[in-house]
Design a binder for this molecule. Structure first.
Ligand code: HEC
Length: 120
């Protein structure tokens, strides 16, 4: 009887080890991903091009230009505010949903870039 109990404990311990192993690994990965330095050139510019061109880019943009590192940096508070507004709000960007709205994860990238000091 006692032996069975010990065996059972052993099996449970093995299951616990098996289950907690991979979880730790995933946590380490996502942690290192959030630690990864965010830069304008590799992370932010593609978001601006995909969601804010052509209106804020020089080829056809008639609106305030948001095409460069400096312009994006200088307007980051306004940018982060507008992409999070209610989609029906006049000030919501992308304007009148003419481009795909930013996903929550892209908004987080913008916020983290700002928090981490806005590297070029
Ligand atoms: C379809 C065209 C269009 C797209 C795409 C667009 N915008 Fe705009 N944007 C406008 C217009 C029109 C205005 C002026 C109206 C206003 O102030 O709300 C404007 C104004 C702004 C302003 C205020 C500029 C100022 O005058 O100070 C910011 C900041 C802004 N947009 C950010 C963005 C961001 C960030 C994106 C991409 C996520 C984006 N916009 C996508 C058309 C666009």
């Amino acid at each position: 009887m006692k032996l069975r109990f010990i065996l059972l404990l052993f099996v449970l311990a093995m299951i616990f080890v098996q289950c907690s192993g991979p979880k730790k690994a995933t946590m380490a990965t996502s942690e290192s991903m959030t630690m990864k330095a965010i830069s304008f050139t590799t992370d932010i510019k593609p978001i601006m091009v995909n969601h804010c061109a052509p209106c804020h880019f020089p080829e056809t943009g008639k609106k305030k230009l948001l095409d460069t590192y400096i312009a994006t940096k200088d307007n980051i508070v306004d940018i982060i505010t507008r992409v999070q507004l209610d989609k029906a709000d006049d000030k919501f960007m992308p304007f009148k949903l003419k481009k795909e709205p930013l996903s929550d994860s892209l908004i987080t990238v913008l916020k983290n870039w700002r928090k981490s000091g806005m590297a070029e």
